[in-house]
Structures are given as structure tokens and as C-alpha cells.
Design a protein around this ligand. Structure first.
Ligand SMILES: Cc1cc2nc3c(=O)[nH]c(=O)nc-3n(C[C@H](O)[C@H](O)[C@H](O)COP(=O)(O)O)c2cc1C
Ligand SMILES: Nc1ncnc2c1ncn2[C@@H]1O[C@H](COP(=O)(O)OP(=O)(O)OP(=O)(O)O)[C@@H](O)[C@H]1O
Length: 145
């Protein structure tokens, strides 16, 4: 039987940290579906620079990704019900609480495991594994010109 895995995030300005997370999630099953957060739902940090569809299309083009889906505007469990995954992999630093998600899945009668991915640290000087820090570096570099 096909084991479907879901990963999710904002994915503005793709970097090797994203590639690490998505590769690890893909290796946990046969199909990797990625839910790309809607701009209006990214409330815990600066909003993404790039539009929803552009972020979805770039993630969708990655070799480890079976399909990227734009998230629902109001209810994050609507895409989950449609994709019907066997496993949801949370990012290493995502603010979502794994037990809270397990409870919400159980309340909706969705049978699905929840695990957390590992972090990937920089491997050489200057490598940036954070969209927020890439934006900061651009702003600093431009301000110095
Ligand atoms: C199980 C799960 C399902 C999600 N589904 C949606 C969704 O349907 N729509 C959406 O806009 N965001 C969705 N999200 C993404 C969250 O909104 C997202 O974690 C956050 O806004 C982006 O933050 P991050 O890039 O720091 O992880 C989902 C997150 C989780 C954990
Ligand atoms: N260095 C990394 N190692 C492993 N996973 C990562 C890394 N960077 C990001 N991710 C994961 O990729 C997913 C999407 O990340 P997100 O779009 O929030 O990017 P980000 O670069 O972490 O953002 P920001 O630094 O602006 O908060 C999240 O689940 C996050 O945990």
C-alpha cells in the first residue's frame, strides 16, 4: 500500500534547510505531499515576500515532492482530510504542538501519525538556512552599498 506523507511550511525563498526537511519527510514514505501556508496564515513572523502560487509552484518542482498544495484559508485540516496521509512530519522548529495535532486528528476521526523532523545546520561559512536571515542579509548588503 502507498504510504503518503505530508510536510508543510511557508517555503518563501527556498534554501538547503527546506531541502533537508522535505528529503527527510519523503524518505519516510512513498509519496510526499506538501501543504504551502497561505500568506494570511503566516502570523508568527514576517509575511512571505513571494505570492502563494509562486511558493507552491517552486516546492512542487522539487524532485522529492509528489505534489505541493496551497493550504486552506480557514481550516488546516481540510487539505489533510483530502490528502488522507499516513504520516504528518512537523519541521524541527515549527510552533505546532505534536500532541495537539494528534488530538485534533483523533477528534476528526483521521488515523495519521505525527513525527518531528531533524534540523540541518550550516556546513560552510556563509551558508544561510533561514528565509528570514536571507532577507536580513539582502537588506544589510543593500544598505551598505
Ligand atoms: C498539519 C498542518 C496542516 C497545515 N495546513 C495548512 C493549511 O491548510 N493552510 C495554511 O495556510 N497553513 C497550513 N499549515 C501551515 C501553518 O499555517 C504553518 O505552520 C505556518 O503558518 C507557517 O509557518 P512555518 O513556515 O514557520 O512553518 C499547516 C500546518 C500543519 C502543521
Ligand atoms: N535548517 C533547517 N533544517 C531543517 N528544517 C528546516 C530548516 N530550515 C527550515 N526548515 C523547515 O522547513 C519548513 C518550512 O520552513 P519555513 O518556510 O518556515 O522557513 P524558514 O527558513 O525556517 O523561515 P524563517 O527562518 O524565516 O522563520 C519548516 O518546517 C522548517 O522547520
Amino acid at each position: 500500500m502507498t504510504r503518503r506523507v505530508v510536510a508543510q511550511g511557508t517555503f518563501d525563498l527556498i534554501h538547503p534547510g527546506h531541502v533537508h526537511y522535505l528529503s527527510e519527510a519523503a524518505a519516510m514514505g512513498d509519496e510526499l505531499h506538501v501543504i504551502v501556508a497561505r500568506r494570511e496564515n503566516v502570523t508568527h513572523k514576517e509575511p512571505p515576500v513571494l505570492p502563494d502560487r509562486q511558493r507552491r509552484d517552486v516546492v512542487d518542482a522539487l524532485g522529492v515532492v509528489t505534489e505541493a498544495h496551497l493550504g486552506h484559508r480557514e481550516d488546516i485540516f481540510v487539505p489533510i482530510e483530502r490528502i488522507d496521509p499516513d504520516l504528518i512530519v512537523l519541521g524541527h522548529d515549527q510552533h505546532h504542538d505534536a500532541d495537539g495535532i494528534r488530538d485534533a486528528l483523533a477528534a476528526r476521526g483521521i488515523e495519521c501519525e505525527v513525527e518531528r523532523a531533524s534540523a540541518r545546520d550550516p556546513r560552510y561559512a556563509g551558508e544561510l538556512l533561514s528565509t528570514g536571515r536571507i532577507v536580513e542579509r539582502i537588506l544589510d548588503a543593500r544598505a551598505d552599498e
